[in-house]
Design a protein. Structure first.
Length: 241
């Protein structure tokens, strides 16, 4: 592996965003091969021993976080356009190299899980793990009964047909020509909810993920997060099998 700047290496590994990694270095939280590093420009590779607050990057405890992702934040640990990423929202109490499980679009808000447990993340994202995800969408226009039926039975999109969904129109505004729709799906294709509504002629104006399996956003406001309880983690793992 070619040597790269320490802050990029940390960001790519999921320690924190590049900006936050630079802060950690500048404030004296990072050692390379036992030497405290506070200046930018140091280059490292896989052969170097990197510690953050005395904890080797490969020996950290497992962390499981539920976040209420705001709109206008990237579901990633770093961004080449230097936009705000979800790990920028984490406080100093999160030192582990967590990263998002799956993703929510830049302009989509709602429930997002982050972890540094690769096996856990892979299991949750595996197609055989049919976890229900509930979305609330504000869409242009008023859905017809036929359009709802199509969404529920599966929509043919590029390269695949969606699985059955649960769809309920929660409210309609005929003056503004818009609807609030609740949709429950268990797949996670890119832009899937937006593409499904587009396919029946309704553009999504606003989208939020309200729940993931049995997990909800109760007690959190946009931008906040909490650790999953041991029971929640155990239940998610159990539900995978």
């Amino acid at each position: 592996m070619e040597k790269v700047r320490l802050q990029k290496y940390m960001a790519d590994a999921g320690v924190a965003s590049r900006r936050k990694s630079e802060e950690l270095i500048a404030k004296g939280h990072v050692k390379v091969n036992g030497k405290l590093i506070t200046e930018m420009g140091v280059k490292v590779d896989n052969h170097d021993r990197i510690e953050v607050d005395g904890v080797p990057m490969e020996e950290e405890k497992k962390r499981y976080i539920l976040m209420y992702k705001p709109r206008g934040v990237i579901s990633a640990v770093s961004d080449d356009k230097d936009r705000k990423v979800v790990t920028d929202l984490l406080e100093d109490d999160v030192r582990e190299r967590v990263y998002p499980i799956g993703r929510l679009d830049y302009d989509t808000s709602g429930l997002l899980l982050l972890t540094n447990d690769g096996d856990f993340a892979n299991h949750l994202m595996h197609p055989r793990y049919h976890v229900d995800k509930t979305y609330i969408a504000k869409v242009e226009g008023i859905l017809t009964t036929e359009e709802i039926r199509k969404l529920e039975n599966g929509i043919k999109l590029k390269g695949y047909t969606t699985a059955k969904a649960k769809v309920r129109v929660m409210s309609k505004d005929k003056k503004k020509n818009s609807s609030i729709v609740r949709m429950v799906i268990h797949e996670g294709h890119n832009h899937q909810v937006k593409n499904m509504f587009d396919a029946v002629g309704h553009k999504v104006e606003k989208l939020s993920r309200e729940s993931y399996d049995f997990l909800t956003l109760d007690g959190l406001v946009s931008g906040q997060y909490r650790d999953l309880t041991r029971l929640e983690v155990a239940t998610l793992k159990k539900n995978q099998h």
